[in-house]
Design a protein around this ligand. Structure first.
Ligand SMILES: [Zn+2]
Length: 126
Protein backbone atom coordinates (compact mmCIF):
# COMPACT_ATOMS: atom_id res chain seq x y z
CA UNK A 1 0.00 0.00 0.00
CA UNK A 2 2.88 2.42 0.76
CA UNK A 3 5.80 3.23 -1.47
CA UNK A 4 9.36 2.45 -0.39
CA UNK A 5 10.19 6.01 0.54
CA UNK A 6 7.28 6.26 2.96
CA UNK A 7 8.25 3.00 4.60
CA UNK A 8 11.89 4.01 4.90
CA UNK A 9 11.01 7.25 6.63
CA UNK A 10 8.54 5.47 8.87
CA UNK A 11 11.17 2.98 9.96
CA UNK A 12 13.85 5.57 10.52
CA UNK A 13 12.43 9.05 11.08
CA UNK A 14 15.07 11.74 11.52
CA UNK A 15 13.02 14.18 13.51
CA UNK A 16 11.18 12.03 16.02
CA UNK A 17 11.37 12.85 19.71
CA UNK A 18 11.27 15.71 22.13
CA UNK A 19 12.76 19.06 21.22
CA UNK A 20 14.68 20.72 24.03
CA UNK A 21 13.90 24.39 24.36
CA UNK A 22 10.95 24.27 21.99
CA UNK A 23 8.93 27.48 22.11
CA UNK A 24 5.98 26.33 20.07
CA UNK A 25 3.91 23.15 20.19
CA UNK A 26 1.10 22.12 17.92
CA UNK A 27 -1.14 19.22 18.69
CA UNK A 28 -3.68 17.95 16.22
CA UNK A 29 -5.57 14.78 15.65
CA UNK A 30 -7.93 13.09 13.28
CA UNK A 31 -10.74 10.65 13.70
CA UNK A 32 -10.24 8.67 10.50
CA UNK A 33 -7.35 6.60 11.73
CA UNK A 34 -6.91 7.94 15.23
CA UNK A 35 -3.68 9.78 14.57
CA UNK A 36 -2.41 12.22 17.16
CA UNK A 37 0.40 14.43 16.01
CA UNK A 38 2.51 16.80 18.06
CA UNK A 39 5.00 19.11 16.40
CA UNK A 40 7.58 21.06 18.39
CA UNK A 41 9.35 24.07 16.96
CA UNK A 42 12.27 26.11 18.17
CA UNK A 43 11.94 29.60 16.75
CA UNK A 44 14.69 32.18 16.79
CA UNK A 45 14.44 35.55 15.04
CA UNK A 46 11.29 34.44 13.21
CA UNK A 47 13.07 31.44 11.77
CA UNK A 48 12.52 27.81 12.60
CA UNK A 49 15.80 26.67 13.99
CA UNK A 50 14.69 23.14 14.73
CA UNK A 51 11.56 21.02 14.57
CA UNK A 52 10.67 17.65 15.96
CA UNK A 53 7.55 15.56 16.30
CA UNK A 54 5.85 12.96 18.39
CA UNK A 55 3.17 11.13 16.52
CA UNK A 56 0.98 8.28 17.55
CA UNK A 57 -0.56 7.07 14.41
CA UNK A 58 -0.39 5.23 11.18
CA UNK A 59 2.59 4.85 8.87
CA UNK A 60 1.68 7.84 6.72
CA UNK A 61 1.08 10.12 9.71
CA UNK A 62 4.55 9.40 11.04
CA UNK A 63 6.21 9.72 7.64
CA UNK A 64 4.28 12.94 6.97
CA UNK A 65 5.33 14.53 10.26
CA UNK A 66 8.95 13.64 9.63
CA UNK A 67 9.18 15.22 6.19
CA UNK A 68 7.13 18.19 7.37
CA UNK A 69 9.63 18.87 10.17
CA UNK A 70 12.48 18.48 7.71
CA UNK A 71 10.87 20.94 5.32
CA UNK A 72 10.20 23.73 7.79
CA UNK A 73 13.67 23.67 9.37
CA UNK A 74 15.58 26.82 8.55
CA UNK A 75 12.51 28.47 7.08
CA UNK A 76 11.08 31.83 8.03
CA UNK A 77 7.76 31.48 9.88
CA UNK A 78 5.83 32.90 6.94
CA UNK A 79 7.40 30.42 4.54
CA UNK A 80 6.89 27.51 6.91
CA UNK A 81 3.18 28.36 6.94
CA UNK A 82 3.18 27.99 3.17
CA UNK A 83 4.11 24.32 3.38
CA UNK A 84 1.02 22.41 2.36
CA UNK A 85 0.01 18.81 2.54
CA UNK A 86 0.72 18.66 -1.20
CA UNK A 87 4.35 19.49 -0.54
CA UNK A 88 4.41 16.81 2.14
CA UNK A 89 2.91 14.24 -0.23
CA UNK A 90 5.37 15.17 -2.96
CA UNK A 91 8.27 14.74 -0.57
CA UNK A 92 6.92 11.31 0.26
CA UNK A 93 6.49 10.36 -3.36
CA UNK A 94 2.74 10.11 -2.91
CA UNK A 95 0.32 8.54 -0.45
CA UNK A 96 -2.59 6.18 -0.97
CA UNK A 97 -5.81 8.19 -1.48
CA UNK A 98 -7.33 7.01 1.78
CA UNK A 99 -4.27 8.31 3.62
CA UNK A 100 -4.16 11.83 2.24
CA UNK A 101 -5.72 13.19 5.44
CA UNK A 102 -2.56 12.17 7.33
CA UNK A 103 -0.51 14.64 5.30
CA UNK A 104 -3.17 17.29 5.96
CA UNK A 105 -2.59 16.62 9.64
CA UNK A 106 1.11 17.45 9.24
CA UNK A 107 0.22 20.77 7.67
CA UNK A 108 -2.22 21.51 10.49
CA UNK A 109 0.33 20.56 13.14
CA UNK A 110 2.88 23.01 11.70
CA UNK A 111 0.27 25.76 11.66
CA UNK A 112 -0.73 24.97 15.23
CA UNK A 113 2.90 25.01 16.43
CA UNK A 114 3.60 28.36 14.80
CA UNK A 115 0.36 29.83 16.16
CA UNK A 116 1.33 28.59 19.59
CA UNK A 117 4.73 30.24 19.28
CA UNK A 118 3.19 33.53 18.16
CA UNK A 119 0.71 33.49 21.02
CA UNK A 120 3.36 32.88 23.64
CA UNK A 121 5.62 35.64 22.34
CA UNK A 122 2.69 38.06 22.27
CA UNK A 123 2.00 37.30 25.89
CA UNK A 124 5.60 38.04 26.81
CA UNK A 125 5.46 41.43 25.13
CA UNK A 126 2.46 42.55 27.18
ZN1 LIG B 1 -3.41 8.21 9.43
Amino acid sequence: MYNEKVLKIFENPKNAGLLKGANGVGKVGNMQCGDVMKVYVLVEHDKIKDAKFKTFGCVSAIASSDVACEMIKGKHLDDALKVTNKDVMEALGGLPPQKVHCSVLAQEAIEAAITDYKKSTEKKKK
